[in-house]
Write a protein that binds this ligand. Structure first.
Ligand code: SF4
Length: 219
């Protein structure tokens, strides 16, 4: 895999500058859909909050799945995995994807690689396909597509109820989906480059549950 020139972003906590472009974790697309202003508070202002019970539960389930997978997993390289999957269905967890072109990076919870398609799965609490969680999984699809470059197998996005086999939402990562997520990522780049303002949500129910409400002037 090609090496990249990277350094921490001087003002945005958790962001990097990779090959001259702001590069942010794909999970921030989920947070953007909840409230853009919370990104500003957490990563630009540097506000920290305690881990909520829901976050802790998510981390625990994630860890359990990871350990279970490792018991049976066979280590392999990315290119070997791509090659093998042309003939048989395989699965991987915590697959790292990095796209300097779009300025995004992250770990895909689980991916099924089959001779006809790739299914990119993001585990979520509950069974509601929110706009924000769809954006996050579409972000992984985009970074994966950019990583594999010239592959023409179909890419499918899927959301699964955490800790279960219940895939409650799935959709093809087609041209329309790609255009939409590219537009959102371009907006994120504008926010981090100071060309646009981080907008607070107008939904008071979100503020009521927000872990930043004690620090936010818009609550
Ligand atoms: S309190 Fe409301 S406006 Fe402020 S960061 Fe949280 S969700 Fe956004």
């Amino acid at each position: 895999m090609r090496s990249h020139n990277s350094k921490p972003h001087p003002q945005i906590k958790g962001a990097q500058i990779i090959d001259g472009k702001v590069n942010f974790p794909i999970s921030w697309l989920n947070q953007q859909g909840y409230c853009e202003y919370s990104l500003f508070l957490e990563y630009v202002q540097g506000v920290t909050t305690a881990v909520t019970p829901e976050m802790q539960k998510g981390q625990n389930i994630h860890q359990e799945l990871e350990e279970k997978f490792k018991e049976e997993a066979v280590p392999t390289t990315f290119s070997d995995m791509m090659e093998l999957s042309k003939k048989e269905e395989i699965m991987s967890r915590e697959l790292w994807v990095l796209s300097p072109k779009y300025g995004i990076r992250g770990f895909i919870d689980e991916i099924w690689l089959t001779p006809s398609e790739f299914v990119i799965i993001d585990d979520k609490p509950g069974t509601t396909a929110y706009y924000s969680t769809i954006n996050q999984v579409m972000g992984y699809c985009l970074a994966f597509k950019d990583t594999i470059n010239d592959e023409n197998r179909t890419i499918r996005a899927a959301l699964r109820e955490r800790g279960t086999d219940n895939i409650f939402w799935t959709s093809e990562f087609n041209e329309d989906a790609q255009n939409k997520i590219e537009m959102l990522i371009s907006r994120m780049q504008d926010l981090f480059n100071g060309n646009k303002h981080f907008l607070p949500t107008k939904n008071p129910n979100k503020c009521a549950k927000c872990r930043f409400r004690n620090y936010c002037e818009f609550k």
